[in-house]
Design a protein around this ligand. Structure first.
Ligand code: GLC
Length: 540
């Protein structure tokens, strides 16, 4: 494990849904002992850090993002001791682990809320946000649009409304209350003391509310997050905070502060634009959004991703672009959810290996540290007929056995059905087969990770668009301490011959990954012929 406190600058992350990964006790749910038994898989793939989705006791109305106890493990997943063993075993293999930290809300089953809703004078009442009217904070957008009609829900017992930005069963905590601010710091200390390497901080823009605002990204929210960061810098150097703020780049910029707030932040808007680029065969939308992305402090890092456990969010696009994305990528109404698309990477990209690799090439070479979503490295499919976002959270497919090697429980006892569609069922898509086939997607991704590990330019390199004669190829430079990486990605399903202007002096390039049909150089011009949807990474 690299001892540098800036390890996250050049790390590859892997998002794990514990329930889906491996079931050790035949109850149909993945658990920590199961996950521990699979740790060598991550070592083989080469990832540096696992992000564990919420693993706390929860009624699971939002799959664990509704926490009923911040200090324990959901019984489906094992015990706190099982978690400690997992963490120890991960660390022994040089793997770091970050967990989800849900600051904004609890479950309505949390004892604080249970107390709070007993009476208006209950000592916990002020842990949540109450109002006599549902007219406060008018105009604040609703996030779970398909289910919720208001951010207020009425509490019968006490005759007041409580505030919630997500499901009604997820009441927002009241950050104006100093006791709440301290409680959540205790939660942070508890898990850091246990040894976790940091947190993916969930839904952070919404901590405070103020009349007349969007109740998002408020200065008070930033001030509290800076306090959390100070706590980490002071007592837990080397641990990280990753910001989930589904916002425009200039708004996310604020979450890095002057290097004194978050270490990392998801770059949400680039994600749909990678899909636009591949569909349109044109990098223009990617160019626009990256040109509009501000610089961040050197010790900070963007985090890029193609898919995750949620719907492919279309919040960071225009209305027109959203309609276009839905038409192109979610032609069936069932594929749509809230403002997004509930599909996995492989089905989105027509299960076309070239497109999947191209998307990953962009993921791995654009600025930022990439996160892989479990199963996408083997091209897993989805099941749009399952409720909510469950269709992208189905059991990991380890082999072609009855329950895909995920569990030895009878298939009807699994928490979710194994994908059984013709193109994606375990006989077609599984880890064992992918491992034994040197030409599989799994091995391409493994090689991409290995290349990143060998060269700091991926994590640290300054970014610039290459001087290239077409936007049908996404062509860009990354540059760090004399090393120059040129990433060329043919977005079209037709051969492209391009000319890229090289800065002088330039060494002869070495191919790190991918291939070109032809590569020739005259002076400071590089001529490259790329097959349809082909990428190449050149190191100068
Ligand atoms: C984040 C999570 C999502 C969850 C929501 C509420 O957006 O990614 O899964 O439902 O926060 O906690």
């Amino acid at each position: 494990m690299s001892g540098s406190p800036l390890w996250y600058k050049n790390a590859v992350f892997y998002q794990v849904y514990v329930r889906a990964f491996c079931d050790s006790n035949r109850d149909g749910h993945g658990d920590f002992p199961g996950l521990t038994s699979k740790l060598d898989y991550f070592a083989e793939l080469g990832v540096d850090c696992l992000w564990i989705m919420p693993m706390y006791p929860s009624p699971l109305n939002d799959d664990g993002y509704d926490i009923a106890d911040y200090y324990d493990i959901h019984p489906d997943y094992g015990t706190l001791d099982d978690f400690k063993t997992f963490l120890h075993e991960a660390h022994r293999r040089g793997l770091r682990v970050i967990t989800d930290l849900v600051l904004n809300h609890t479950s309505d089953q949390h004892p604080w809320f249970q107390q709070a809703r007993k009476s208006k004078d209950n000592p916990y009442r002020d842990y949540y946000v109450w109002s006599d009217s549902d007219q406060k904070y008018q105009g604040v957008r609703i996030i779970f649009l398909d289910v919720e009609k208001s951010n207020w829900s009425f509490d019968e017992t006490t005759g007041q409304y409580y505030w919630h930005r997500f499901y009604a069963s997820q009441p927002d905590l009241n950050y104006d209350n100093p006791a709440v601010r301290e409680e959540m710091k205790n939660v942070v200390r508890f898990w850091l003391d246990l040894g976790v390497d940091g947190f993916r901080a969930d839904a952070v823009p919404y901590l405070f509310e103020r009349e007349g605002t969007s109740c998002e990204n408020l200065p008070e929210t930033h001030a509290y997050l800076k306090e959390l960061r100070a706590l980490i810098d002071h007592r837990y150097p080397g641990r990280v905070l990753l910001c989930e703020a589904n916002m425009w780049p200039e708004d996310v910029r604020a979450y890095f502060g002057e290097g004194d707030e978050f270490h990392m932040g998801f770059h949400f808007p680039i994600m749909p634009r990678i899909f636009m680029a591949i569909k349109k065969g044109d990098a223009a939308d990617m160019i626009d959004i990256l040109n509009r992305t501000p610089e961040i402090p050197e010790t900070c890092q963007w985090v890029t991703f193609l898919r995750n456990h949620d719907e492919l969010t279309l919040e960071m696009v225009t209305e027109e672009e959203r309609q276009w994305m839905w038409e192109q990528y979610a032609p069936e109404p069932r594929m749509r959810l809230n403002l997004g698309i509930r599909r996995r990477l492989a089905p989105l990209l027509d299960n076309d290996r070239r497109k999947i690799e191209l998307a990953n090439s962009l993921l791995f070479t654009l600025p930022g540290s990439p996160i892989l979503y479990y199963g996408d490295e083997i091209g897993m499919g989805d099941n749009i007929w399952l409720p909510d976002r469950n269709g992208v959270r189905t059991p990991m497919q380890w082999d072609d056995g009855p329950a895909a090697g995920f569990s030895t429980a009878p298939p009807d006892r699994l928490y979710a059905p194994i994908i059984d569609s013709p193109a994606y069922n375990p006989a077609r898509v599984n880890v064992a087969a992918a491992r034994s086939d040197p030409a599989s997607l799994f091995h391409t991704i493994r090689r991409m990770i290995a290349a990143r590990k060998q060269h700091n330019v991926f994590g640290w390199g300054a970014f610039s668009w290459a001087d290239c004669d077409t936007t049908a190829v996404a062509a860009f430079w990354r540059e760090h301490e004399g090393a120059r990486l040129l990433s060329l990605n043919n977005l079209r399903d037709e051969t492209q011959t391009i000319t890229v202007k090289l800065p002088l002096p330039s060494r002869a390039p070495k191919t790190l990954l991918g291939q070109a049909e032809q590569l020739s150089r005259t002076g400071n011009h590089l001529r490259v012929r790329l097959a349809p949807l082909q990428f190449i990474w050149l190191l100068f």
